[in-house]
Write a protein that binds this ligand. Sequence first.
Ligand SMILES: [Zn+2]
Length: 124
Amino acid sequence: MPFRMFGFETDSGWFPVIYRTLQQLSNIQKRTGEKIIINQIKEKFGTLSIYLVGSESVQTVCEQAMEQSVHVCEVCGRPGTLRTDGWFKVRCDDHVINGRYDLEHFILEMLEAVDSPTGSAPSE
Ligand SMILES: [Zn+2]
């Protein structure tokens, strides 16, 4: 089993981005034999965040995935933009949040930010 994954929390619009990213990571792993440990894949502050343990080239792949997610609606996968009115979310025009806070989401993210101020993956 190449990857160990503990958490996966995004809407399905990003699944193609995540799929491509995992393919790239898998290729790196096959080429180099590097052991890549994925701890969590989630939406954080509007963009795709992948928390893992891996080399610099692995980190670069994850940064590229994050940059790609900024242009993909998290709900449907069509072209979107990062909306900053209300809460940070990447949405197309059809799925825009009407400037209203998703309060539950806001509270959960704030609690997580308090739990891990550095934003790094939790250590085992
Ligand atoms: Zn959409």
